[in-house]
Structure formats: structure tokens, C-alpha cells
Design a protein around this ligand. Structure first.
Ligand SMILES: [Zn+2]
Length: 283
């Protein structure tokens, strides 16, 4: 599949929208022909703001010691990080999607029961990250639902075989879905952590961790990841199609419908995920 940058995606989507609008307007005029230069159409640019890897309290990129990649920021995260997302949403009049990882919100160490879900496996101990910041951040999320959308990203972000971190939580490096029983357990944990922290009902949107995902059936599975998620109420997925398994199955190129779940190509990021304070860029 041809790779597109996010800028190209935006440009092409705008042209597509303008083309569709023009043909509709012409059709509405029946047999009177209307020249394109008589038409004036304003098409909103389809931009969705998605912020990945929200939810960590540690900022450390731990991949070199079998821990998750995390945000790579040189400090711990704080409730003000959540307020910043809300402020962005208020200023732009939108609901940014916060693609969320919840393992460091585990107040009761329930993740000990699922060894594939964290780097500590049965010895999981999250006491370090249990403190007033949980309630403070949860309050910000709960009180700003019009400008903050909590999106499912993952619980531990990766998948642990024995002591070894492997990419990633929902699919392997080829995009093939993890064993179904493990996927369901991880989703159960995400829901329990939402409940522990009163963060609301299960999200309706999903961003696969490490963008490892398959469109439709993968491997020997009889059910797609999208259908697994659909059963929990998810109806929207966004991920770059350039490394999505079975991307050719997306019926409309830039997006496809997978078990009634719309799956959108988010294009390629202009910067690596851990680049900070970079001056950007051409327009
Ligand atoms: Zn991520």
C-alpha cells in the first residue's frame, strides 16, 4: 500500500470532500448544468486530534530493560498533563482522544492475576503510583467530558512472555491478534481499572499499541480484533495503515469497515513519538 503522510492525508481528504460536494450540488440542479466556478463550497478539514500513551505516571521509556516504551518524557506525569489536553480541547472546540494506558492506575494490584500484562508478572506491585494524583486526574477527566475522550490504548502496552517484553499488547509484530483468551483478559482488566478509578464506561474508540493491528481475521482466529472490540461497544479504530496486517482489505483505501467498526488510516507521524520541543515544520 502506498504510504501517505498526515499532511497528504489531509489534503486528499479535503479534495475528496470538495469533489463529492460539487457533484451533489450539480445533481441537485437537475438538468440545469452548473459550472464548477459558480460553486462555492466550504469543506471542514477532517482532523482528529489523538494523543497516544496518556495514563503513564512514569515518563521513562523502559524498553531497554523489558519495560514498556512509555512516553519518554524526562519527568513523571502529573494531573496538569490531563488539564493540558482539556485546555487544548476547549480552545479548539473539540474532544481530543486520549489513547490511554491504565496499568499505573491499579490501586489493588489486580494485574498480578494476568502475567502477560506487565513486566513484573505475578509480582506486580503498583503501590509507588497510588496517590492523590489519581483522584485529581480522574476529576479532570470526569468533569470535562465535552473536551476529553478517553480512548482504549492498553493496560501494559506490551505483551510479556516470561520475562521478555514483546510488541505489542493486542497483536504480535506481524499484526496477528494475540490469543483470544488473553485479549479478553486484558480487556477485562482495562474495564476493572476504569471502575477502580471511576473513569466512566468502556471507551468507544481504540488505538492499537505500537500500531500493531490486523484488519479482519488474522492467523487462525475465528474472530477479528475489531469484532472482539465491537462486543464491548467500540465502534472506531484509528491506526496507520502502512503497517496494518491485511490493510488491502480496507474497502475504501483510507478507511474500511471491519465487523461494523470503522477503521481509519491515521497516516504517518511527522515526528518520532519521543521528540520534544521540535520546531515544526513546513505547512
Ligand atoms: Zn502507545
Amino acid at each position: 500500500m502506498q504510504h501517505i503522510t498526515r499532511r497528504e492525508f489531509t489534503r486528499k481528504s479535503t479534495l475528496l470532500g470538495a469533489g463529492l460536494a460539487a457533484s451533489n450540488l450539480i445533481a441537485c440542479h437537475g438538468n440545469r448544468s452548473v459550472r464548477n466556478d459558480e460553486l462555492s463550497a466550504s469543506i471542514p478539514i477532517p482532523i482528529q486530534i489523538v494523543i497516544d500513551d496518556v495514563g503513564w505516571w512514569s515518563g521513562e521509556d523502559g524498553n531497554e530493560r523489558q519495560q514498556p516504551y512509555r512516553t519518554g518524557i524526562n519527568r513523571n506525569h502529573v494531573p496538569a498533563d490531563y488539564q493540558a489536553i482539556v485546555d487544548l480541547g476547549i480552545k479548539l472546540g473539540v474532544r481530543p482522544q486520549a489513547a490511554t494506558i491504565l496499568c499505573e492506575w491499579d490501586r489493588e494490584n489486580i494485574l498480578r492475576d494476568v502475567p502477560t500484562i506487565t513486566w513484573m508478572r505475578e509480582q506486580w506491585d503498583n503501590s509507588k503510583w497510588v496517590g492523590p494524583w489519581l483522584d485529581e486526574a480522574a476529576d479532570i477527566i470526569r468533569n470535562n467530558q465535552n473536551h476529553y475522550e478517553l480512548t482504549l490504548h492498553g493496560v501494559g502496552h506490551e505483551y510479556w512472555h516470561d520475562e521478555n517484553m514483546t510488541r505489542a499488547e493486542w497483536a504480535d509484530s506481524s499484526g496477528q491478534m494475540r490469543p483470544l483468551d488473553q485479549v479478553e483478559l486484558h480487556l477485562d482488566c482495562f474495564e476493572k481499572l476504569l471502575d477502580q478509578n471511576q473513569l466512566g464506561s468502556f471507551p468507544t474508540s481504540f488505538v492499537p499499541t505500537a500500531f500493531l493491528h490486523g484488519f479482519g481475521l488474522t492467523g487462525d482466529h475465528q474472530i477479528s480484533m475489531a469484532e472482539v472490540l465491537k462486543k464491548r461497544g467500540v465502534d472506531y479504530i484509528n491506526t496507520p495503515f502502512n503497517n496494518m496486517l491485511n490493510a488491502e482489505g480496507a474497502q475504501f483505501g483510507l478507511f474500511g469497515i471491519d465487523s461494523e467498526v470503522i477503521t481509519v488510516d491515521r497516516g504517518e507521524d511527522l515526528l518520532d513519538w519521543d521528540v520534544l520541543a521540535e520546531n515544526q515544520v513546513e505547512c
